[in-house]
Design a protein around this ligand. Sequence first.
Ligand code: MN
Length: 499
Amino acid sequence: MIDLKEFEVWFVTGSQHLYGEETLKKVAEHSTIIAASLNDAKQIPVRVVFKPTVKSTEEIYSICEQANTTKNCIGIIAWMHTFSPAKMWIGGLKIMQKPLCHLHTQFNRDIPWNDIDMDFMNLNQSAHGDREFGFMVSRMRKNRKVVVGHWQDPEVLEELNTWTRAAAGWNDWQGAKFVRFGDNMRLVAVTDGDKVEAEYKFGYAVNTHGIGDLVQVINQASDAAIDALIEEYERAYTLVPSLQKGGAQYSSLRDAAKIEIGLRTFLEAGNYKGFTDTFEDLHGMTQLPGIAAQRLMASGYGFAGEGDWKTSALVRAMKVMGSGLPGGNSFMEDYTYHFDPANPMVLGSHMLEICPSIADGKPSCQIHPLGIGGKADPVRLVFNSAAGPALNASLIDMGNRFRLLVNEVEAVAPFHDLPKLPVARVLWKPYPDMKTGCAAWILAGGAHHTGYSQNLTATHLQDFADMAGIEFTLIGKNTSLFQFKNELRWNEVYYQINK
Ligand code: MN
């Protein structure tokens, strides 16, 4: 879907002229080796590009300027092998718009006890050189990731993996376009928000098209294209008899395919990265897009229902961040609860639109009536989802700021058949426990809509929120309600002051 190898992060080493040519030669040699090793590391999904050592205010400014204007550069990894006086960094950091990761590492893993002398000390001084750099970034109140450890340490590589994925998601939002068919679902609050502020803060634009514009494209889908898509459905899913050729509702499957072709054509033509629709505005459509929204999500498009453009954009970013990892990312909604005190859990689903990237096994393609929208029965994919660690993320507009809220959950294997439930579904237990998890979510104003992920961690989303410069709150294994409520109160003050 999205090939992260298209993107690069620049490995920039800071130094100065004080040490003389011999030392600088060594610095260049070492940083070349580290950059090449990171570039070759299987854990890092993007290319890591070596940049020559920067030793002056002018060189630093220039590399930051180049990073800003290089399209496929999604961030900078900075390391101070030697001491790089940080006043030299002010100008560059001031203009730098790409995410920054400070790799606090050292070329040698171990101290060479028997051989260590002052030459060695002069060369290998990132232990204090990186502190000087860190001071300036903190002094300038710039968000960045700090990764500590030897550059061959698997944990360090894993942290860089996470950060580069967050940077890829952030990069994807810059200049992105999302289309909204119809408006927000009438009277609903949390799915709405400030699209002007979102474009300013996040870099993506959300604009509307009347549903008639889409219907026109849907109606242009050719019979041959519909035939080909139905063959694909037949290969990928188990069709219920009524949807098979000659079945009583085969024409509904053709309608569904036609909608998918129209939507995909519309999104491709407009260069959109995702969309949202609403069952309240389907004029001229035969059925609410079910399988179409599901399959478009599986192709990498962002989606959320009922005009929820924030969740649509978030789902897209999560898909980019998780690209190439096992497991999937989907639009999700906390639907209904199992309040058995011995085994409490949440059943997540939506009316139709859950992404088959999280399906466990071959989805079943079914058709059932839908009580809302007043249209013909929509076709949808029905499936269960696998057990394992997962999370729900919600991006909410608090009026004075955006908050990214994450709840770590444990997905549970289905332990009961749901013969009458005609939608894809997931069962999970929120961390730290059902009552605390749900109470904290509600206190934080988390939406009923989320991005559900099987392959991202809270750290991916925290790094992402740092890049966006927005509030990040986590409900995880160690959350206590007492502390969480304090955090929300303190954040309220912090974000009033730090505008
Ligand atoms: Mn919904």
